[in-house]
Every structure is written in structure tokens, then in C-alpha cells.
Design a protein around this ligand. Structure first.
Ligand SMILES: *Cc1c(COP(=O)(O)O)cnc(C)c1O
Length: 374
């Protein structure tokens, strides 16, 4: 028996939606994408949603809309999937790594403030592993200097901030539909914002800079010659993906409820492991538990990598904790010391958590950890 770290929750409805799209004859960006955008915008409380091919693409577009260019600094956490930093490079900018809070794994007002310079053009605030970052606190630091805050909400569909969904009130937020996240379309992403002009330009940039989208041109009864108003990208989502996304979006609440129940059960099962730190809700919101990560205490009897080995032997697929970009070759070294990031990345483990996970499977995972701790 192998227990995966994550498994998308897909069923007959997704199969039927994809099949119906194929049967319709229109599979590239078209009516399903538009429908998915409207439904997603509504779900996260944004006025506009622009579907794209990945969250990395959405982050890239967000930075371009803010005019991030060569030499501009963008403050990001190193403690994130490397795409966060890569998006800054794609725009020509320079990622400036700031440290994170030891409990949430997110940037804070204080760590961001320490990383700001005269060349800071924007801040990319990650809701890491679905745990909502304290957006108000970071914004308060940034707005004093008129620095825009973009939210990397790749993992955070279904998470809550204050009394609303993550995404509500965001200047711009970027989302991922990779199968490692809750809601999946295979690959895919979304850029949300309340700004109509930004959304309009993002729609143009995702489709080669075309003045009229291919789908709109197709729907017109007259000859329309498009113009290419600026050099854009092919960042389109397909109708096949959007059809699956529409079904997944309807299941999102149920996914979050299930993950939160399983996370509570992990907390019960692991409460006797001395010194073990478990990911949890911050005071200002609720996580969707995109990842259930734990931090081993310094005096844990086995090393982190030995624990991963023990899990594997027991048929459990775990992952080392969230990576630190500044420890990888493209970003080697950091201008500021990042002691919290380095400790979390070396001492943490992501435990399996997926919608159809059984209590029996959870017991297996907990037992390996308990035995290793004994
Ligand atoms: C997964 C992830 C991304 C990248 O998402 P893609 O859709 O694969 O491009 C970016 N940022 C964070 C924090 C992520 O977890």
C-alpha cells in the first residue's frame, strides 16, 4: 500500500464535462473559460478574473501590469515554491528575499519592512500552503511608501482571511490549478483583480497581444482583422481545462471541509509527539490545509531525512518541507539573513493529506511519526 502525499479529487462529473467540451468542437480558450472566470471571480470576491495557463503566468502578468522591469526589486519570501522568485526574473526584476514568520511560514510586516529599499517596486505576498498571510499588516507597511502588494494565492483557493475569502480586496492575486493544489485543471492559473483596465490588458497579454480574442473573432458575423498591439504571450487556458475547473469549483467547499477535518484528526493523533509544531490557522484567518506541514523539534531522535526514509519504508510518500529558493543554484545566497526560512525548510515535513484519505491511512502516517519520536 502506498499513501500519496496528495491526490486530486476527480470523478465522473469532470470526465463528463471534459467529454462534452470535446463533443462541442471548441476546445481552446472560449465559452467555458469565460464561464469559469466569472464563477471563480464570484467565489473569491473579485470583480475580474483572467484565466491563464499557470499561476507562474499569472504572477508574470501581474508584475508586468505593475511595470516591473529590469533592475526593479520585488520582495518575495524565499520560503516558497521557486516559481514565486522565477516570475520576478521573467519580468526582468530582481527578487529580494525576506524572512518569514516561524509559525505561519508567511512574510510579515516586519520582515517585509527590513527588505524594502529605494528600488523596491512591489511585494509578492505568498499565502504559503494555503495559510492566509496577514495582508493588512503587510499593506500597512507598503502603502506608506506606495508599494503595491500582489498576492501569490497559488495554494489558497478556499482559504479565508478575516470574514471573507482570500482574494477579496486583493490588488491582484494569482492562483494555481496544478494537481498539487486543491482545485485542479491539470495545469492552469487565474489572475484576479477589481481593476477593469488591468484585466483587459492581462487578457490581451495572455493572447499574443491581440486586439480581438480568437474566440470573439470566431463568433462575429463579419470579417474582423485583428491587430497585435504589444508583444504578448501564449498564456491561454483551454476550454477543456475550464470545463473541469467549473466542476472542481463547485466541489471546493467540500474539499476544504474534508481537509480541515483530516487536519484536526492529525492534531489529535500527533498531540503526544513532544515539541512537534503543526501547521494551524493564524489569528486572522483560516487555512484550506493545501499542505499539512510539521516542524521537527531540534531534539527529535531521528533526522528529517531519516524520517522521510522511515515513511517510505512504511509505504507513505512524504515531502521535505517547503523549499527555500535562496538555497537553490539560480538564487544562491541572500542579501539578508533568513534564519527562520532555513530552519523551517530543513526541519519540516509535509504529511499526506488528500480528499479520499481514510482514517486508517492517517493512522499509518501518525504511527511512523510516533515511533520515530519514541
Ligand atoms: C504551485 C505554486 C506556484 C506555481 O503554480 P503553477 O500553476 O504551477 O505555475 C507558485 N507559487 C506558489 C506559492 C505555489 O505553491
Amino acid at each position: 500500500m502506498t499513501i500519496p502525499v496528495m491526490k486530486p479529487w476527480l470523478g465522473e462529473e469532470e470526465v463528463a464535462a471534459a467529454a462534452a467540451t470535446i463533443a462541442s468542437g471548441w476546445i481552446a480558450q472560449g465559452p467555458r473559460v469565460r464561464e469559469f472566470e466569472a464563477a471563480f471571480a464570484d467565489r473569491v470576491g473579485a470583480a475580474q478574473a483572467v484565466a491563464v495557463s499557470s499561476c507562474t503566468a499569472a504572477l508574470h502578468l501581474a508584475l508586468l501590469l505593475l511595470d516591473v522591469g529590469v533592475g526593479d526589486e520585488v520582495v518575495v519570501p524565499s520560503f516558497s515554491f521557486i516559481a514565486t522568485a522565477n516570475a520576478v526574473r521573467h519580468a526582468g526584476g530582481v527578487p529580494t528575499f525576506a524572512d518569514v514568520d516561524p509559525v505561519t511560514g508567511n512574510l510579515t510586516g516586519k520582515t517585509v519592512e527590513q527588505a524594502l529599499t529605494d528600488r523596491t517596486k512591489a511585494v509578492l505576498l505568498v499565502h504559503q500552503a494555503g495559510v492566509p498571510a496577514d495582508v493588512d499588516e503587510v499593506r500597512a507597511v507598503c502603502s506608506a511608501r506606495s508599494i503595491p502588494v500582489v498576492e501569490d494565492a497559488a495554494c489558497a483557493a478556499g482559504s479565508r482571511l478575516g470574514d471573507g475569502p482570500v482574494g477579496r480586496g486583493a490588488l491582484m492575486a494569482a492562483w494555481s490549478f496544478h494537481p498539487r493544489k486543491l482545485l485542479t485543471t491539470g495545469e492552469g492559473g487565474m489572475l484576479t483583480t477589481d481593476d477593469v483596465e488591468w484585466a483587459r490588458r492581462a487578457r490581451r497579454l495572455r493572447e499574443h497581444g491581440m486586439s480581438v480574442s480568437a474566440a470573439d473573432r470566431h463568433a462575429m458575423a463579419r470579417v474582423v482583422l485583428e491587430e497585435y498591439l504589444e508583444s504578448g504571450f501564449n498564456y491561454r487556458m483551454t476550454d477543456l481545462q475550464a470545463a473541469v475547473g467549473l466542476v472542481q469549483l463547485r466541489k471546493l467547499d467540500e474539499m476544504v471541509t474534508r481537509r480541515r477535518a483530516l487536519a484536526d484528526r492529525y492534531r489529535q493523533l500527533l498531540r503526544d509527539v513532544a515539541g512537534l509544531q503543526l501547521v494551524t490557522d493564524p489569528p486572522h484567518g483560516q487555512t484550506n490545509y493545501q499542505s499539512f506541514w510539521v516542524v521537527l523539534p531540534d531534539d527529535f531522535p531521528v533526522t528529517r531525512d531519516e524520517l522521510l526514509g522511515l515513511m517510505l519504508t512504511a509505504g507513505v510518500s512524504c515531502r521535505p518541507g517547503i523549499m527555500a529558493a535562496h538555497l537553490q543554484p539560480p538564487y544562491a545566497g541572500a542579501r539578508f539573513a533568513l534564519p527562520v526560512t532555513e530552519r523551517l525548510t530543513r526541519r519540516s515535513v509535509i504529511l499526506p493529506l488528500f480528499h479520499t484519505m481514510s482514517h486508517g491511512q492517517q493512522d499509518v502516517v501518525a504511527r511512523v511519526l510516533q515511533r520515530a519520536a519514541a
